[in-house]
Ligand binder design. Structure first.
Ligand code: URA
Length: 190
């Protein structure tokens, strides 16, 4: 099975997960991008636009993410973009710990298929979902490269939080600018 096929299989299982939906008419937002991506971005949960289109990060935060990718010479097609939750929580509220736990196997499977060199967390929910052992607040963890069990991670502020906050926006842009340097530093052992 190719990586694309394996990811399509996961997307099918997400679409079939009635227990993951918050209402019957919701669209799944499994994630999208390059199955061979070296960098994977993980956000929190789909918002309204994402629920409407079935695609991750297509609203205002997504536009900002695309601009940041462009600033380091990348496009959405070069990376893989996913979320911790695959369906939009009611009223756009934060995901609950039990919802994250229940849906986490999908994200874990996507990571294991893609095997990215670097996983960038967009916000604290993604960081806590994948690395519950990291208790450092995102305000301290952001921009610092982590290596755990041979996998590299970069916690970042969430683009939606940074969009209208000048200081956070500047920090996120600065952290993003470190990505190419970090990618050069990361040596993947096989
Ligand atoms: N915010 C997220 O965390 N994910 C999306 O897909 C869109 C906005």
């Amino acid at each position: 099975m190719t990586k694309e096929e394996a990811l399509a299989e996961v997307a099918k299982r997400i679409a079939a997960c009635e227990k993951c939906r918050f209402s019957p008419d919701q669209n799944p937002v499994p994630g999208e991008g390059n199955a061979d991506a070296q960098i994977m971005f993980i956000g929190e949960a789909p918002g309204k636009k994402e629920n409407e289109t079935g695609r991750p990060f297509v609203g205002a935060a997504g536009k900002f993410l695309a601009e940041m990718l462009e600033s380091i010479g990348l496009t959405r097609e070069d990376v893989f973009i996913a979320n911790t939750l695959k369906y939009q929580p009611p009223g756009n509220r934060d995901p609950l710990p039990e919802e994250i736990e229940f849906q986490k196997p999908f994200l874990k499977k996507q990571i294991s298929i893609i095997q990215p060199k670097l996983i960038c967390f967009l916000g604290r929910h993604a960081m806590h979902a994948v690395l519950p052992e990291i208790t450092t607040p995102i305000s301290q963890a952001h921009g610092v490269l982590l290596e755990i069990d041979g996998q590299h991670y970069l916690p970042l502020y969430h683009p939606a939080a940074a969009l209208y906050n000048g200081g956070m926006r500047k920090t996120l842009l600065e952290d993003f600018a470190k990505i190419p340097e970090y990618m050069d530093q990361i040596v993947v052992a096989n």
